[in-house]
Design a protein around this ligand. Sequence first.
Ligand SMILES: [Zn+2]
Ligand SMILES: [Zn+2]
Length: 94
Amino acid sequence: MPHHFQTHFRRRSRAHRVEVLPGEKCPRCLGPVFFSHEPRSSAEVGFHRAFCIRCDEWLAEACEVFKCPVCWRRPYKPSVIEGRLVILNPTALD
Ligand SMILES: [Zn+2]
Ligand SMILES: [Zn+2]
């Protein structure tokens, strides 16, 4: 298997675990607010902050970037996160 393919596969297989914050609404679009869980291993990706999927915006500032091992690689937009979205509590969207 070519190396670049392995890299691609590994990135795509990472899980971005998010949790719906019940009762919270995005201040701009009033859509649901998701919390991006911090990764527990290299198989996961996440940024320990809330975001809005509809607006594609973070709803909280990053930690002081060069001091936080999580936030220093946080992308400008949540949609740029490489990984498959895993919603931990999808029933909260009903
Ligand atoms: Zn929004
Ligand atoms: Zn941080």
